[in-house]
Design a protein around this ligand. Sequence first.
Ligand SMILES: [Zn+2]
Length: 131
Amino acid sequence: MLGIVKAIERLLEEILATKAIIKGTVYKQKKKCGNPNCKCARGKLHTANILSFSEEGRTRLIPLTKYSTFEFSKIRAQVQSYQQFRKARSEIVYYFKLIMAEINKLEKSLKMEVPTKKGEDSGTEKRKRED
Ligand SMILES: [Zn+2]
């Protein structure tokens, strides 16, 4: 269980070290431009990096070509930070479930029966004697 706590600690450190994040994804879009003489008409499609994100419940797509290289790198890094943040968050949820399962198992193994007869020992004593 303490190993799990260490793992959670590491993930928390990662989460606390996170700076700016952009909630979205960056993907490459491939398309034809429409010019019949262009290389894309012969199958060499144009690629563009697209930022997909949600705004007021709607998915918005922004071509990253509108940004400078510096801005693009910054946005992509912030999107990556967001992905890492979410990954660490879900791993923490997973580890907490593991810890709860361990605690529940421990509780079950520690649980004693209430002695009902006068002079009867509780479970531990009883078990020890039976051994
Ligand atoms: Zn083209």
